[in-house]
Write a protein that binds this ligand. Structure first.
Ligand code: BES
Ligand code: MN
Ligand code: ZN
Length: 509
């Protein structure tokens, strides 16, 4: 397996036969459970294989406590191995999320220790199956060491982890380990792609280059990409996308991605991602402090592209369409202005109250376009409202929608991936806030319940299909690094979507 996309930094993942002491890598990691009996047996075995670990145990400093990482050395000179003892806490309470975090902590410590290749011995426990454990180790380690640093000219001593292996001396679990390794590698590649796109500045990623990167991902991963240019967007009468684009020199694009891995004729699931490559606010311009974060305002589109890529590599048996309306939101002499009335693709009109409420205008047209697929479900994902960041912070995405089955699929996936979502209501009582005197709807409902009124705006443009909306304004643009995610574009939504689609049949009904 080989992890390399646009990021010049590459990461290899692999399986290696044998226990940790048989590995040739310059770093090894060993997981421990805190249960007294288990810890005693494990530490005795590790002490025998790596005698320098004795101090970690004898001092009582390392007890297998959840999230703890201790280090010791094995061998000497150039052959010195860095050995990481990693605590998982009590075995009955161990979770995939606990393993992801522990594995990330170990990989980050190894990277600080200039380790190039770390081998994790896969632990076994009754509480989780080996495939789940293997997935969690790879996801935690690979995702945890990601950095968007390709523009930093490196000092000579800069060292990055280059390879992660899973190893075991237990031959009977090898197929399960390899299955987990394969899945997590492909999902992590999707997350890397999403993070690379989300974090790229506007002078690298603007509508045309976003489309090029989607095409490259389609070629590499195996899905079809069609890019509609401004002429086609005009012919389709996508008035929202055209209005937001009006102040820009760079033209808009509408990207259509198709992966048909399911049964022929089976209705597809459509994923729609907001692709505002930079949001100045337009004429309703944003204040300068923090405006640079708005290079990440296309995170939703990056999530859809990364998820499409992972789904195609995994060859999941589902039909999935990805749709990305993309433009900048710029102020200029040609820009749209408050008071303008826009006619959308479905013929409905919206009054522009605030040009900074641009995401919903471009998503409106994409939700109309989605209807031509007669989809079994449509989910849009967008850095849509500052209000969602205020309500739920950077930990939880906002979930709103019209269909309980679809929302429950998303909630189940959220639980399994720990990409948290929290449902907000779509009560029609809030609609007064977006009533317009001169058009069918107004594009801003003011500050109160901003996430809800934005979703109610979108609801006016959905077709006859089950629909859900994810607001990732807080979770997509992270103010600081997470347990296995970087500061900035977090990659949120890729694991969520892949997990939901992977369990589509099981979670249905
Ligand atoms: N892209 C922003 C939302 C955003 C803000 C995401 C901060 C991440 C961090 C969106 O286009 C926007 O500007 N929304 C406005 C809507 C308002 C004018 C109704 C907002 O949230 O203030
Ligand atoms: Mn905006
Ligand atoms: Zn925006």
């Amino acid at each position: 397996m080989y992890l390399q996309l646009s990021n010049p930094y590459s990461m290899k993942t692999s399986f290696a036969q044998g226990g940790a002491s048989a590995q040739k890598s310059d770093g090894v990691a060993l997981f421990f459970f805190e249960d007294t009996a288990l810890f005693t047996t494990q530490s005795a075995a590790v002490r025998a294989a790596f005698p320098a670990s004795a101090g970690n145990f004898d001092s009582g400093d390392f007890t297998g406590k959840k999230g703890s990482v201790a280090q010791c050395y094995h061998g000497s000179g150039k052959q010195t191995k860095r050995v990481y003892l990693v605590g998982l806490g009590k075995s009955e309470a161990v979770s995939a999320e606990g393993i992801r975090r522990a594995s990330s902590a170990a990989a980050r410590a190894a990277q600080r220790g200039k380790v190039k290749h770390i081998s994790f011995e896969v632990p076994e426990t009754a509480s989780l199956n080996t495939t789940e454990i293997s997935e969690a180790i790879i996801e935690g380690a690979v995702l945890g060491v990601y950095a968007f640093d390709k523009y930093i000219t490196k000092p000579a001593d800069a060292s990055k982890l280059e390879a992660v292996s899973l190893c075991t001396a237990n031959k009977t679990i090898v197929p399960a380990v390899k299955a987990g390794l394969d899945f997590a590698t492909k999902v992590s590649q999707g997350v890397y792609l999403t993070r690379d796109l989300a974090n790229a500045p506007n002078n690298e990623i603007y509508p045309e280059t976003l489309a090029k990167r989607a095409q490259a991902a389609g070629k590499e991963s195996g899905f079809k990409v069609t890019v509609l240019d401004k002429k086609k967007i005009q012919a389709l009468k996508m008035g929202g996308l055209l209005a937001v684009n009006q102040g820009s020199v760079r033209p808009p694009v509408f990207i259509v991605m198709e992966y048909m891995g399911g049964k022929k004729g089976e209705a597809p699931v459509v994923l729609v991602g907001k692709g505002v490559t930079f949001d100045t606010g337009g004429i309703s311009i944003k204040p300068a402090p923090g405006m640079s974060d708005m290079k990440i305002d296309m995170h939703g589109s990056a999530t859809v592209i990364g998820a499409m890529s992972a789904v195609a590599k995994l060859k999941l048996p589902v039909n999935v369409i990805g749709l990305v309306p993309s433009t900048e939101n710029m102020p200029s002499g040609t820009a749209f202005v408050p008071g303008d009335i826009v006619t959308h693709m479905n013929g409905k009109t919206s009054e522009i109250d605030n040009t900074d409420a641009e995401g919903r205008l471009i998503l409106a047209d994409a939700l109309t376009y989605a209807d031509r697929y007669k989809p079994q479900a449509v989910i849009d994902i967008a850095t849509l409202t500052g209000a969602c960041m205020i309500a739920l912070g950077s930990i939880t995405s906002g979930l709103l929608g019209t269909d309980d089955v679809l929302k429950s699929r998303i909630k189940k996936a959220a639980q399994r991936t720990s990409e948290h979502v929290c449902e907000l209501p779509l009560y029609e009582d809030y609609e007064d806030q977006i009533k317009s005197d001169v058009a069918d709807v107004k594009n801003s409902g003011g500050r109160p319940a901003g996430t809800i009124t934005a979703a109610l705006f979108l609801k006016k443009f959905i077709g006859d299909y089950p629909w859900a909306h994810l607001d990732i304004a807080g979770t997509g643009i992270a103010p600081s690094a997470g347990p296995y995610s970087p500061k900035g574009g977090s990659g949120v939504g890729v694991r969520l979507f892949v997990d939901m689609l992977r369990n589509w049949k099981k979670d249905g009904g």
